[in-house]
Design a protein around this ligand. Sequence first.
Ligand code: MN
Length: 134
Amino acid sequence: MKLKLHRAEDRGTKQAPAEMFTGTVYQDAVLVGEAPSRMRATNVTFTPGARTAWHQHPVGQTLWVVYGVGRVQIEGEPVVELCPGDTAIIPPNVRHWHGAAPDRIFTHLAMSETDDNGGGTEWFEKVSDADYSG
Ligand code: MN
């Protein structure tokens, strides 16, 4: 087995798809694991006020905050502020969203695994301003 190395210079930053996000969001791929790995990791930067749509992950998701101030909410629970160094663990198959604070940029490392069938994130409607404001 040989080391596999993805150089940063070979992978440009992508803008996140507008159907699944509100506001401007950038994604840097970290890892799309090859079987038997199911790991997926992406470094995501949200501009102020930007956030995901409501969504859920089949095996849950772990968010590790790199920079800035953000927010996360599991449906039915309060909006929670996130700061650098925080780890937020989203349980499997619960609707939630995450994003930046209204006046701050926010970067997190998002880590998840696919399910037994290779299934990943399931997306729903966008987060309203009222829900975002908590
Ligand atoms: Mn998520």
